[in-house]
Structure formats: structure tokens, C-alpha cells
Design a protein around this ligand. Structure first.
Ligand SMILES: NC(=O)c1ccc[n+]([C@@H]2O[C@H](COP(=O)([O-])OP(=O)(O)OC[C@H]3O[C@@H](n4cnc5c(N)ncnc54)[C@H](O)[C@@H]3O)[C@@H](O)[C@H]2O)c1
Length: 281
């Protein structure tokens, strides 16, 4: 059942690649909640076909863009306001990619050209997107811009590699630009720090299955999945959150605040019962 939370709102959703993508779930729910929006992804992703399927389902136009390219971004913002018939109320930045992760370069053997690309695609593109919208005065007052982050921005988690640095920068950009955009135009900028989720980008991370299982067991509420994330994004786009800005909002079943759980303590104690471990004393 919908609540019409986004009735009459216009948006731009970046990063829906396939039906596992978090952005895909956000688009479906935003549509169900009454929003109209455009969809954007890389030229290659848009040619692959599934974005078109989502566009048909949600009555949206697809505008290809490399999110690191300013001209592409200007075109997305301009075309979106034309197609949707006015200024924009919400933007989702659901973009991430690391060549170091893809090419299995570990953190103590990074390729710096790859690192520059990771930062540009996964973090600086957020600044480029916000700056483009700001300069074009394309957002309505109390409009909401959201990017997706991960707790590895703040705590070290094995295998997340240079994406951790990119997410730290992404969260910082939300605070820095959030201040200026709020002060000048009353536009909100936040990041949502999502549980590890089974998606195409997620599956590139080393040991992702173990990480998903670990955080699911450690979180009192268990992991948040892509549908849960879509609900939080829609709430952040709605008028119910008009005074929330410059925040990194954890959406992870409580994982980020847990040090030791009862379950983990029992497992930890059990590990010392085995003969192997006793021999170590
Ligand atoms: N999956 C997880 O475990 C998880 C957890 C926390 C945060 N996130 C974040 O959520 C966001 C969405 O990722 P996802 O998990 O849905 O995976 P996904 O692979 O479905 O989405 C990533 C998207 O980034 C797009 N992209 C890559 N390079 C681009 C570029 N140069 N220009 C424009 N778009 C580009 C891809 O085409 C893809 O659509 C990412 O920022 C990711 O880091 C994911």
C-alpha cells in the first residue's frame, strides 16, 4: 500500500543497473509513491537494456551520463527539468566503482590511477552533481539529495579496500555542500550508510558473503536489504524529513553501534573450548 509520500515530486535517480540495484528498488517505490523522475546511468549501462525495462515500468525517460563528466551531468539536469516540467525535488546518487577492487589490487598495493578513478566515480561525482544542480538552480526549496555510503567510511572492514576512502570523502561532501546548499537555497544533502547488500557492485567486494553474514548476526535487527533501503530513501525525499541535512544516516539494523553482542560473545567463548585453542596457552 502506498502513502503518496512523493505525490507531485520530480526526481533524478542515478545508478539503476539491474533489478538487484538499490537504485532500481528506489525507482520502483518512488513511482509507487507518486513521483515522476528520470533515470540515469553510464552510456554502456543504458545500452544493456534493463534500464529501459525499468523506464517503461515507471514511465521514466533514460538520460545516459558518465557521472564524472560535467557536460553529461549538465545535460541530465537540464533535460530532467524539461521532461518533468519544473525544478527537481529529489536526487539519488547510487554510484560506486573501484578498479582496484575489480582487478583484485589489495589496499597495500594500490594502483594510483585506479584510486583516482575510484574517488572520481564514487565520491567526486557527488560533488560534481550537486555543484551542477546548484549552479543551474535546478532544485526546489527543501529538495533532498541523497547518496549511498557504507560503514567502512568510518570503521575498517576487511576487503572494502579503497572504496572506504571514497565513502569517507562522499560523507564529507554531504556535510560541506549540505551547509552551503542549505544556507543558500534550503536544499538538503545527506548520505545513507546502508548494510552490505547483494548487488552487482556489492559482489565485487572481497569476502562479501562473510561480511553480509557477520553484520546480519551482529545487528539486533539484522541487515537492511535493498527494499528497506528504498523505503528510507523515499522517506528522505519526502516532506516528513524537511529538517534533516548534512547527516550520515546509518541504515543497518544497528550494526554500526554494536561492539559485542550476546550471540558473538557466546561464539567467542565457544572458540576457546576447542582443544586446538587450549593448546595455545
Ligand atoms: N551493495 C552494498 O553492499 C552496498 C552497501 C552500502 C552502500 N552501497 C552503495 O550503494 C550504491 C549503489 O550500489 P549497488 O550496491 O546498488 O550496486 P550496483 O552495481 O547495482 O550500482 C552501482 C551503479 O554505479 C553505476 N556507475 C558506475 N560507474 C559510473 C559512472 N562513471 N557514471 C555513472 N554511473 C556509474 C553502475 O552502472 C551501477 O548502476 C553505491 O554507491 C554503493 O557503494 C552498496
Amino acid at each position: 500500500m502506498g502513502y503518496n509520500l512523493l505525490k507531485g515530486k520530480r526526481g533524478i535517480i542515478f545508478g539503476a543497473l539491474n533489478d538487484m540495484s538499490i537504485a532500481w528498488k528506489v525507482a520502483e517505490l518512488a513511482h509507487a509513491e507518486g513521483a515522476t523522475f528520470t533515470l540515469s546511468n553510464t552510456h554502456v549501462a543504458c545500452r544493456m537494456g534493463s534500464v529501459t525495462e525499468l523506464a517503461q515500468k515507471t514511465g521514466s525517460e533514460v538520460i545516459p551520463a558518465d557521472a564524472t563528466n560535467l557536460e553529461d551531468l549538465q545535460n541530465v539536469v537540464k533535460t530532467s527539468t524539461e521532461v518533468l516540467g519544473g525544478k527537481i525535488d529529489f536526487v539519488l546518487h547510487s554510484i560506486g566503482m573501484s578498479l582496484n577492487v575489480r582487478k583484485k589490487r589489495v589496499y597495500h598495493d594500490l594502483d594510483y590511477n585506479y584510486l583516482a578513478k575510484t574517488l572520481d566515480i564514487s565520491a567526486i561525482s557527488f560533488h560534481k552533481l550537486i555543484q551542477t544542480a546548484f549552479k543551474m538552480d535546478a532544485m526546489n526549496e527543501y529538495g533532498s539529495i541523497v547518496a549511498l555510503s557504507y560503514v567502512a567510511a568510518q570503521r575498517t572492514l576487511y576487503g572494502y579496500n579503497d572504496m572506504a576512502d571514497a565513502k569517507a570523502l562522499l560523507e564529507s561532501i554531504a556535510r560541506s555542500f549540505g551547509y552551503i546548499y542549505g544556507r543558500e537555497r534550503k536544499v538538503r544533502v545527506n548520505t545513507i550508510s546502508q548494510s552490505p547488500t547483494v548487488t552487482t557492485a556489492g559482489s565485487g567486494v572481497k569476502g562479501i558473503d562473510g561480511l553480509i553474514d557477520f553484520s546480519d548476526r551482529m545487528s539486533p535487527l539484522g541487515n537492511a536489504d535493498a527494499e528497506d533501503c528504498a523505503k528510507y530513501c523515499v522517506a528522505m525525499f519526502s516532506d516528513l524529513t524537511r529538517k534533516v541535512t548534512m547527516q550520515n544516516l546509518f541504515h543497518d539494523g544497528g550494526f554500526s553501534s554494536i561492539g559485542m553482542s550476546l550471540r558473538a560473545m557466546k561464539q567467542y567463548n565457544k572458540s576457546f573450548d576447542s582443544d586446538d585453542v587450549q593448546d595455545l596457552y
